[in-house]
Design a protein around this ligand. Structure first.
Ligand SMILES: [Zn+2]
Ligand SMILES: [Zn+2]
Length: 141
């Protein structure tokens, strides 16, 4: 999963932060000077709910955050970045047992969008709703 976060370590807003399910820490893309670095964030929980013809994925992200000022963009960091977005990489099994593959769902995508198997071109999934991002805790400034 890639999630856009304001990073208090490299003090830059709007950083692409890469999460892997099960990893103890995430990786912030940093900026051109500092390069990427580990950051205090992880996927704390991941599950899904299934209805007929619809599966909803839920991910809870733990993210340590402290106030800072992004000197380069001259703007304060926020606990949930100004324009949050997310990109999810999802695995699938081929319906014709020809292996598996992955596709990505992301916030800024024209919807509805359909994904097909990279082996046999059978439809495997679609996305018709923009991922919702919600802050669960942290006092509102
Ligand atoms: Zn950073
Ligand atoms: Zn297939």
């Amino acid at each position: 999963m890639e999630f856009c976060l304001d990073c208090w370590i490299c003090e830059r807003t709007g950083r692409t932060t890469v999460f892997e399910h099960g990893a103890e820490r995430a990786v912030c893309s940093g900026d051109a000077d500092s390069g990427q670095h580990y950051t205090a964030a992880r996927i704390a929980a991941f599950d899904y709910t299934s209805e007929p013809r619809r599966t909803t994925l839920h991910a809870v992200i733990d993210h340590w955050w402290a106030p800072f000022h992004d000197a380069r963009r001259d703007r304060p960091g926020t606990a949930l970045t100004r324009i949050p977005w997310v990109r999810l990489q999802v695995g699938y099994h081929c319906p014709h047992q020809q292996g598996g593959g992955t596709f990505t769902i992301q916030t800024n995508l024209v919807r509805p969008v359909a994904f097909s198997c990279e082996h046999c071109a059978a439809p495997v999934a679609g996305s018709d709703e923009v991922p919702r991002i919600r802050r669960l805790s942290y006092p509102t400034p």
